[in-house]
Design a protein. Sequence first.
Lengths: 217, 469
Amino acid sequence: MNPSLKLALVILIALEVSFTQVWTVNVALIIISLILMFVGHVKWKRLLWLTAVPLFFASALVWSLALQGTTTHHFLIVIFTRMFVYVYMGGLFTQTTDPLTLTRSLEQNAKLPSKFAYGFLAAFNLMPKIQAEVATIKAAALMRGQVLHVWSPQLYFKVILAAMNWSDQLAAAMTSHGFVEGAPRTHAVTIALRARDWWVFGISLMLVQVGLFIGLP
Amino acid sequence: MATVTVHSLTFTYPKRSRPVLDGLNVTFPSGKFSLLTGVSGGGKSTLLKLIAGLTPLPTAGSITFNDQPLADIAPTKRAATVAMLFQEPSTQFTMDTVNNELRFALENQCVDTAVIPAKITAALDFIGIADLQDRLLMQLSGGEQQKVALAIIVAMDSDVILLDEPFASIDPPTRLALLEKLVALCTKRGKTIILADHDLSNYDRWVDHLAVLDMGKLTLLSPADTQARFAAFTPDKLQLTHVGLPSDQPVSLQGTQLRLGHGERELLASQDLALFAHQATLITGPNGSGKSTLFRALVRLGKYQGRLTYDGTDIQKLPRKQYARSVGLMFQAASSQFLNVTVAEELALSRKFGNRDYFTAERVQDLLTQLNLAEHTEQIIYSLSSGQQKKLQLLCMLIMAPAVLLLDEPLKGLDFASIQVVMHILTTVQRDLHLTLIMISHQLSGLDDLITLHLALADHHLTYKGAPA
């Protein structure tokens, strides 16, 4: 499916689920997301993580709400399944979408200015660099007898400093390879926005509406 | 074909009083190879960035291409006018693979999508790296990355090619191969090439006029003077007179079946390696051969295969905090070392946890004076020059006085006088505290007094050099 349309669909459904309380629709969305992730060959380890993390938080939330004793069973089930809908749909999107294809699609189909599209891609490519930088800063601090934790402001001061440096380098790299803000570009790879994508988008949304309508008390 | 003309260009960085470039006038003739040299910090990079349009010009029109300022050239044509190859290979790409980066550059020029694949193939073939097309950029070596960057410039068909110390992290054979490609671009395709380098070897065949940038002024040498400069240039030679082969010294760090590499690329083939206590060991080897990677593995910042022990214990089993205090690393990039804002704060942190008995307040003050840093204690670290940062970094790590101190290019960017002072301090402290120093350095002069062991990294193997003791 076209990445931009896929993103829009996921966000729209998540919004609707946030404002309605139909647990059957939630369960249906969870099952569909799981099936699609299986079809998309998402790794088992990744799936396990995507299950374990929301399981912990959802259980904790439901447990604390149940202890208060003022909420209905129905609401607890909705809250529990809603958490999984968010994580699984997010997982489905990130695990089955290539960042570069998404960037190209946002630029070509969603008509996002290329500055933002490539900015997003650069930020994505920066992730492993940030992790390495944090490890280096922590090691440098340890060698000086100082232990830096995730909440130490010094850690953030240094990371921000490094990020500012990288952003300058990236801007220079883009300019030297001919990128000019707002200038026209051609596209070596065109991301198709087919009629089929619109059909999938429309039918999925409609099904969710029907489900919510039937399920509403 | 484009002639680059600089008309009375004066450039001062914000908040600095002295201009880096002072009323500069120069013409780089079309289709010629121009070589720019000068001391570090002399303004070479600044000039190249101004020509490339990466730094905005103080007065528009002070740099022209065939009498046309860059700002007057249509945005999509600018990359076809001028392009730049950076000193640090890995920082010049936006995309993930070689192919995607080439596409990105050609898309920016509004090249018709139908001809993009052919242009990519032609450019890669010209540089001779067709096999790299689908590789990830981050997994390439520095030399390969520079070749890719040059292929992109070939694909963009830029008239003026600027290169800022492009061989700084590249071994001699790759340097020569790239240089030959550049000369071919000049003679066969009429490109104007301006290259900044401080290593003047191998240019004598190709460069007629050497341009020397000093104190903001540029002087163009005559052909005779240029050849004289080239002839007089001899790369630093390593002179070590106190070096012998290790005999029965106690071992500090021991690698067993140690292997280093990232991805499929092997840096160090599996071997046993002993690093000896209370010695000053120098590690030499070509750029990108894995010296820094070895250091990162030794301080548990990088992956390695095999076993590494410190005083007989596996380093992975030692508590992180305790190990970090025993084996310290002076990073190649000074900014990686600092944790505070001002010089005084940084020194206070080192003294708080470091060896306070030896580094008394008086001694630290004396060392600061020797290093010409005494008047900068209240200054913000990041506003110091790179040489001052390097000296402060060394002082901070010496005060920590870990049993083993790894030094990654501690003399990088220092002038001759500073190197003498730093080496004197290092030698004194090492003798007084019996530290184990292990040092990577490309700067080879002035090391003789300190170094007692020499490890050479070649063909994926580390071997001790020197006459038997």
